[in-house]
Write a protein that binds this ligand. Structure first.
Ligand SMILES: *[C@@H]1O[C@H](CO)[C@@H](O)[C@H](O)[C@H]1NC(C)=O
Ligand SMILES: *[C@@H]1O[C@H](CO)[C@@H](O)[C@H](O)[C@H]1NC(C)=O
Length: 188
């Protein structure tokens, strides 16, 4: 009888662990640029980093090591920004993954695990990369149905290049069993 009781108890414990609600935790963060690249900044190549700048909107661009500047695109033009730079950082770089994607297949549930990069034209934008004009470029991704849907990057002749095919940055979140009472939002 005692054995049966132990068995039921163990089973109940197991069920309660398995059935606990999982809160996805995205472990990345943004650090201010204070004259040097943060040690935990995420790089795309040995000298290219993902940066966020405030320039009318919150934009995503590439920080080129040694230049002190972020190159991005805004309203159809190549823009160079030297202030308000933040770097995308993470201690576990293998949680970031570049996913080959087409703009038409950016559905809301797919976007759930993509890294949010900025905010422009009243929509959240995501982070994309492409090898274009002989170099890696970082830019924002507008999901459909935005008229500029796809990856938007600058061009060498000061303009803009929009492509429906690109790689988008995903972060594989960690499941953390935080007690529900500590999760303040998404509850009402
Ligand atoms: C999980 O979440 C649902 C809905 O928010 C809630 O009804 C349920 O009690 C939660 N379960 C646990 C084990 O916290
Ligand atoms: C990031 O930078 C390090 C150090 O320069 C380099 O070894 C590594 O290859 C870079 N990562 C990528 C994806 O290029």
């Amino acid at each position: 009888m005692k054995q049966i009781f132990t068995c039921v108890f163990l089973l109940a414990t197991l069920v309660s662990i398995v059935c606990q609600n999982c809160t996805t935790r995205y472990g990345y963060y943004w650090r201010d640029y204070r004259g040097s690249i943060p040690v935990d900044a995420f790089n795309v190549t040995s000298n290219l980093y993902i940066a966020q700048v405030l320039y009318d909107s919150v934009l995503i661009g590439g920080y080129y090591a040694g230049t002190g500047a972020v190159i991005t695109e805004y309203e159809g033009h190549r823009v160079v920004v030297r202030d308000t730079i933040k770097f995308l950082c993470n201690t576990q770089r293998d949680r970031f993954k570049w996913v080959r994607q087409n703009a038409y297949s950016l559905k809301p549930d797919f976007l759930e695990s993509m890294v949010i990069g900025g905010f422009e034209d009243n929509v959240l934008t995501y982070i994309g990369r492409i090898f274009h004009e002989n170099q890696w470029k970082i830019g924002k991704v507008f999901p459909p149905p935005h008229p500029l849907q796809g990856l938007n990057v600058w061009t060498e002749n000061e303009g803009r290049y929009i492509t429906p095919d690109f790689e988008i940055l995903q972060h594989t979140g960690e499941c953390s069993f935080i007690d529900n009472k500590f999760v303040f939002d998404e509850q009402n």
